[in-house]
Design a protein around this ligand. Structure first.
Ligand code: GAL
Length: 654
């Protein structure tokens, strides 16, 4: 299968979504001039072009796209060509209401926005296949084509009648018999036993709480159905162009999609990333998504969308201060991206996103945004030959699994405050701040490449995953688990004893008596630190080493347990404490930070033989880097130390 290298050919792809159909043709010529000046070498065309390409059912209007493909090619700009299937034309909903999705409370999602398609609709799928087929036939041989971009941010749900029929088919395949389904769903509770497949529905709005396993299966089903839509289009383009890589752009840490599973079906993994410029943890949160995407890609990946300035979908939308766009773009490259792209090239004058930034803002060529984009384009071109295709080696893996997230994110929990993504972010942040390079992995992946494996929270684990964790520790690995791990099986059935017995034994937990969630603002004292969010009443086994809770109801009981190389943390330590704990455990296992004595707020990443240093602060800092190095960005040589200004970056080659 072709990979990203087939598209990059030694360059870092730089560019973005290009929506020329919103502009008169004169602007296209202005666009290519500005693109060339800025070093843009890749544009994504056609993401939302369906009504332009097929203005009436079955019609084909390719002339404008022919012109653009040629124009791009004439200027040496590659095209990532999108299938337009995420936003069907209005005629489709009007003529075929069966293509429209339905919400859990029975509302139809109408045209007039975007992403108003039912993944289960045979009509939608037929039209999507037809336009994909014709695009692939027409442009498969075009020299500008570098990559296929299927749909856009698959993220829809459907609770309508077609989805109900498809859900039943999916369940029949999974369970075979109604008895098996009734057992898995625990339908003995609240008189929910099914006597017929026809009685089964998507989890539509009930009077009171939903059946959790029904919800869990529906989430699995939705991810699978969207994946079927993706695979159908991928197979069409692949048949025409087996040498051109295929991708679809993920949303970061998106709830609705098992991205481990999806990534297996892609030639190239890409993601859209929009940290809030005002978020003091923007860099940490960005790094999490970058590490996760790199791990899904098992190598270089594509930053398909980011914003050059403000987005327009938060309550208050801030621009990026000078230098931040460069910093976060180079952060992505440091963490494995071989493409730095944006939504979108030119800021729209109309439509719902006219206040969302573009690489060319309303201020145009003279605007700061474009000027900074241009500088970045030149810098990416400079470092590209040394960077593209290079890998990152991590000694630490963080485990993450969508099924566990889905199982845990249900009504009827002991605390809605113990939100999984927050917990995941807190643990990853601790590793980031300890300057430990981390991959992500699925709990059933081979963990032997890692010295330390960290599980912030895996509420539901399969037996295979538990076996994998046990084998990992037996084989010499160090395992650190956070609270609410190993509680349920894959049907969301609580394991006997409230936590899997093998895991309890591993960590030295004799009895898990009660969970004690903490309220907002409430903390719990532990020896040497304070815990937040959660605490547990645990009786330790005799041979477990422990760090106790101090005072309160849990006084003297273990907050942290350790048995050999297995650690269990029953609360969420405050950020500095979690960082120090993980740094200590990693050091004990022989894992060193990227550099010693890195100032706070500086990020250090090794990619191939390069060392990236990024200053996320607004104050200048000096970093000790023994030896002599050349900074590929500035061309200057540095010895033993490097000073980084506000948002400063160096890419050092020794
Ligand atoms: C993404 C989407 C783009 C654009 C962007 C705005 O979710 O793929 O089309 O809407 O957000 O931030």
């Amino acid at each position: 299968m072709p990979d990203l290298a087939a598209a990059t050919r030694g360059r870092i792809l730089f560019g973005g979504d290009y929506n020329p159909e919103q502009w008169p043709e004169e602007t296209w010529h202005e666009d290519v001039r500005l693109m060339k000046d800025a070093g843009v070498n890749s544009v994504t065309l056609g993401v939302f072009s369906w009504s332009k390409l097929e203005p009436h059912p079955g019609a084909r209007e390719f002339g404008w796209l022919d012109t653009l493909m040629d124009l791009m090619h004439d200027h040496g700009i590659g095209v990532v060509l999108a299938t337009p299937t995420s936003s069907p034309p209005p005629w489709m909903g009007r003529l075929h209401p069966d293509t429209l999705p339905v919400t859990e409370d029975g509302r139809t999602e109408w045209w007039g926005g975007r992403q108003h398609f039912s993944h289960s609709s045979a009509t939608y799928r037929r039209y999507a296949a037809a336009i994909t087929e014709d695009l692939a036939a027409r442009y498969g041989g075009h020299p500008a084509l570098t990559m296929w971009h299927i749909n856009n941010e698959y993220c829809t749900f459907d609770h309508g009648d077609q989805a109900a029929a498809a859900f039943r088919r999916w369940l029949r395949e999974k369970y075979g018999t109604l008895d098996a389904l009734n057992t898995a769903w625990g339908t003995a509770f609240w008189s929910q036993g099914y006597d017929s497949w026809d009685g089964i529905l998507p989890p539509r709005l009930p009077h009171y709480m939903k059946n959790p396993t029904q919800v869990l299966d529906f989430r699995r089903f939705t991810s699978d159905m969207l994946l079927e839509c993706y695979v159908a289009e991928r197979d069409i383009v692949r048949r025409h162009t087996p040498h051109i890589p295929v991708t679809t752009n993920f949303m970061p840490l998106w709830f609705g999609q098992d991205a481990w599973r999806w990534a297996e079906e892609e030639d190239v993994v890409s993601v859209d990333l929009y940290p809030d410029p005002r978020d003091p943890l923007g860099a940490q949160n960005g790094a999490l998504v970058q590490d996760m995407t790199r791990s899904q890609a098992r190598g270089p990946w594509v930053l398909m969308e980011q914003a050059a300035g403000p987005v327009n979908w938060r309550g208050v939308n801030h621009p990026k201060p000078r230098g931040l766009n460069r910093l976060w773009s180079l952060q992505a490259v440091a963490r494995g991206a071989d493409a730095v792209c944006y939504f979108q090239w030119r800021q729209s004058r109309q439509g719902a996103e006219k206040f969302h930034s573009g690489m060319v803002s309303h201020a145009g060529e003279e605007g700061r945004t474009y000027q900074e984009v241009k500088q970045l384009g030149a810098e990416l071109a400079r470092i590209a030959p040394h960077v593209t295709g290079r890998h990152i080696t991590a000694d630490v893996a963080v485990l993450h699994d969508w099924h566990s997230w889905w199982a845990g994110a249900q009504d009827g929990r002991l605390s809605t405050r113990a939100d999984y993504p927050d917990v995941l972010r807190a643990w990853h942040r601790a590793l980031w701040e300890a300057h430990l390079t981390t991959d992500f992995a699925h709990p059933e992946h081979d963990l032997t490449p890692y010295t330390v494996v960290v599980v912030p929270q895996l509420y539901a684990l399969t037996d295979a995953a538990i076996d994998n964790l046990l084998a990992y520790v037996r084989g010499g690995g160090t395992l650190v688990c956070g609270f609410l791990t190993g509680i349920a099986d894959e049907d969301d059935r609580v394991r006997p004893g409230g936590m899997d017995a093998r895991l309890r034994e591993l960590f030295g937990i004799r009895t898990l008596h009660e969970w004690w969630p903490l309220d907002a603002g409430e903390t719990v004292a532990c020896e040497g630190f304070r815990g937040t969010l959660w605490s547990e009443e645990i009786e330790a086994a005799e041979d477990a080493e422990t760090i106790p809770y101090q005072g309160g109801e849990l006084d003297g009981l273990p907050a942290v347990l350790r048995r050999g190389r297995a650690w269990y943390v029953s609360t969420l330590p405050e950020p500095d404490a979690l960082r120090d704990l993980l740094a200590r455990i990693a050091a004990g296992a022989g894992v060193r930070p990227v550099l010693d004595a890195i100032p706070a707020g500086v990020e250090a990443v090794r990619r191939g033989d390069l060392l990236f240093l990024l200053n996320h602060g607004r104050e200048a800092v000096t970093v000790e880097v023994p030896g002599s190095h050349r900074d590929l960005l500035s061309g200057s040589t540095m010895r033993d130390e490097v000073t980084l200004g506000r948002y400063g970056v160096v890419v050092l080659q020794s």
